[in-house]
Design a protein around this ligand. Structure first.
Ligand code: PRP
Length: 173
């Protein structure tokens, strides 16, 4: 369909993840961290970030929401299709995302999880597209800020393709 050019190489991604993991390790001095990830796009970032954290008490949890452009709207309506099956009350929770675009998904999920009274709730995203923001959301750990271009690879798809690529690429016509 389209031309691809590498925006962020695999080496750049891995280097940045090591830096983010070091920051997270020093911010959470002890105890378990619950990495809560939203299917599907974040699965590769989650896997690499989790392995870059050195403590054994890294818990891996998944949630799922309805896919982009269907039931999700800028009004903030996000449909939860898979909830957590653990109780996060009193725990340190880090929401792990591949990309923040409008901010609608994370605003919704943050609100939902805050009601469950975790000890802390922060966000780590590999990519941030600030130009597209509709809902302001506070993000503690950002891998890369990127321009408003259609990106694929490293978990991100176009019609379910490209998720397996180890770098981030821009698709253009
Ligand atoms: C992407 C991404 C976030 C969301 C961010 O998921 O993984 O969950 O969009 O967009 P927002 O900030 O505008 O809410 P997508 O809906 O593409 O599904 P996928 O992860 O299954 O590819």
């Amino acid at each position: 369909m389209a031309a691809e050019r590498v925006l962020i190489s695999s080496e750049q991604i891995q280097k940045r993840i090591r830096e983010m993991a070091a920051e997270i390790e020093s911010d959470y001095p002890e105890g378990p961290i619950y990495l809560v990830s939203i299917l599907k796009g974040a699965f590769i970032f989650l896997a690499d970030l989790a392995r870059a954290l050195k403590r054994p008490t890294v818990r891996i949890e998944f949630m799922a929401i309805s896919s982009y452009g269907m039931e999700k709207t800028s009004s903030g309506q996000v449909k939860l299709t898979r909830d957590l099956d653990v109780n996060i009350e009193g725990h340190d929770v880090l929401l792990v995302e591949d990309i923040i675009d409008s901010g609608v998904t994370l605003t919704y999920l943050k609100g939902l999880l805050e009601q469950r009274r975790p000890r802390s709730l922060e966000i780590a995203t590999l990519l941030d597209k600030p130009e597209r923001r509709i809902k302001p959301v506070k993000v503690k750990y950002i891998g890369f800020q990127i321009p408003d271009e259609f990106v694929v690879g490293y978990g991100l798809d176009y019609a379910e393709d490209y998720r397996n690529l180890s770098d981030i690429r821009v698709l253009s016509n």
